[in-house]
Design a protein around this ligand. Structure first.
Ligand SMILES: [Zn+2]
Length: 315
C-alpha cells in the first residue's frame, strides 16, 4: 500500500485517503490515545485494506480499535462500517440515532444509494454493505461526551447536509471532525489565492436554514482546525465558515431562481459548475475551465440532484 495514503497530522491523528474515484477526494481519520484507537468515518467497503494498513503503520492492531465513528450514513463515509466492524472485534459503533437502524440493516440505505448513483456506479464505488450486529451499535445523543481513554470527544448533532449527521470536537487538537457539515474543499483546487469550499447538497436532506445555524454553532466552539472528509485538515475555520455560509445561501438562491426552468436539474448543475469555475479562475487555481468542470462533475451533478429534491419537496 502506498505510504502517501496515510498522513500523520499530530496529536495522535492520521488522515487516511480512502481512494474514492482517485486520491485526494475522500478521507477518514484514525485517532489514537495511548494505545486505544478509533476511526472517524471509514470510507467504502473497498477501503478496508487501507485502514488496516494505517493501523499497522501506527503499530496498532485491529483489536485495539475501540470505536468506529461514522459522521453520517452516506456511503462514502459509512459504506465500509460493516467491514471495519467485522475486522475490529472489540469496536463499538457510535452513530447518530437516526443512522443506527441503517447500520444494523443496510437494505434501505442501499436502495437509497442505488437511486442516487445507479447500479453500475454503485457497484463500482461502494461494493457491498455488511450489517452490524445490533448489540455492537450505540446511538449518541447531541452533546454526548466520550471518554476516549482520557481524551474527551464531544458529539454534536449537525443538521443541514443530513439529519443523521454528527460532528466530533476533540479538545486535544482543538479540532472538529466535520464529515460533510463544514463543506468540501479539495487540495487539488486549493492551489490559488483562496481556498474553494462548497456545501455538498447531496440528496435528500439539504436544509439551508438548519445548515447556516449549524455552521454558527460549530464556529462558536472556536475550533482551531477542521478535519473534513473531502478532503483533509483546514486551518482558519472562521474564514472558511464565512465562505461556506455564503455558498449555502448562493446554492439555495440558484435553485430558487431556476425552479421554473425546463430541465431545471440540468440548469442548476450548469449554473453551479459555472459559478465554481469562475471563482477558481479568479483565484488563479492553475487549472483551465474544462479541467475544473471535469474535476467537479460528479459533485455538481449530486448537488443539483439534492437541490432538485429540495425544490420538489417545498412545492
Ligand atoms: Zn454526505
Amino acid at each position: 500500500m502506498s505510504a502517501n495514503l496515510v498522513t500523520d497530522l499530530g496529536n495522535g491523528i492520521s488522515c487516511i485517503d480512502t481512494l474514492l474515484h482517485e486520491p485526494g477526494i475522500a478521507a477518514c481519520y484514525l485517532i489514537e490515545q495511548d494505545g486505544v484507537a478509533g476511526f472517524i468515518d471509514t470510507g467504502t467497503s473497498k477501503s478496508l485494506p487501507i485502514l488496516m494498513d494505517a493501523l499497522q503503520r501506527r503499530k496498532l492492531t485491529p483489536e485495539q480499535v475501540a470505536y468506529v465513528m461514522p459522521t453520517h450514513v452516506h456511503l462514502d463515509h459509512a459504506g465500509g462500517v460493516g467491514e471495519v466492524m467485522a475486522a475490529c472485534p472489540n469496536a463499538t459503533l457510535l452513530i447518530h440515532p437516526r443512522g443506527a437502524r441503517h447500520m444494523i440493516d443496510p437494505a434501505k440505505l442501499e436502495q437509497g444509494s442505488l437511486a442516487v448513483y445507479g447500479e453500475e456506479k454503485f457497484a463500482q464505488l461502494f461494493g457491498r454493505l455488511l450489517p452490524v450486529p445490533e448489540e455492537r451499535v450505540q446511538s449518541v445523543e447531541d452533546g454526548f461526551e466520550l471518554d476516549f481513554n482520557g481524551r474527551c470527544l464531544t458529539f454534536f448533532h449537525t443538521e443541514g447536509h443530513a439529519r443523521h449527521h454528527y460532528c466530533i470536537h476533540d479538545r486535544i487538537s482543538h479540532g472538529l471532525f466535520t464529515g460533510d457539515t463544514f463543506g468540501a474543499s479539495y487540495p487539488r483546487l486549493n492551489q490559488g489565492r483562496n481556498r474553494f469550499i462548497f456545501p455538498p447538497t447531496t440528496p435528500i436532506q439539504f436544509d439551508p436554514e438548519a445548515w447556516l445555524l449549524t455552521v454558527d454553532r460549530l464556529l462558536a466552539l472556536k475550533p482551531e482546525r477542521i478535519f473534513v472528509t473531502h478532503f483533509g485538515v483546514h486551518e482558519e475555520p472562521e474564514k472558511l465558515g464565512l465562505q461556506l455560509k455564503q455558498q449555502i445561501k448562493d446554492y439555495a438562491e440558484t435553485a430558487d431562481d431556476l425552479a421554473n426552468m425546463p430541465e431545471r436539474a440540468r440548469a442548476i448543475e450548469n449554473s453551479l459548475t459555472l459559478q465554481s469555475v469562475n471563482f477558481l479562475l479568479d483565484q488563479q487555481c492553475g487549472l483551465d475551465p474544462d479541467e475544473i468542470a471535469a474535476y467537479l462533475r460528479m459533485d455538481m451533478a449530486l448537488n443539483a440532484q439534492g437541490l432538485e429534491h429540495w425544490l420538489t419537496q417545498r412545492q
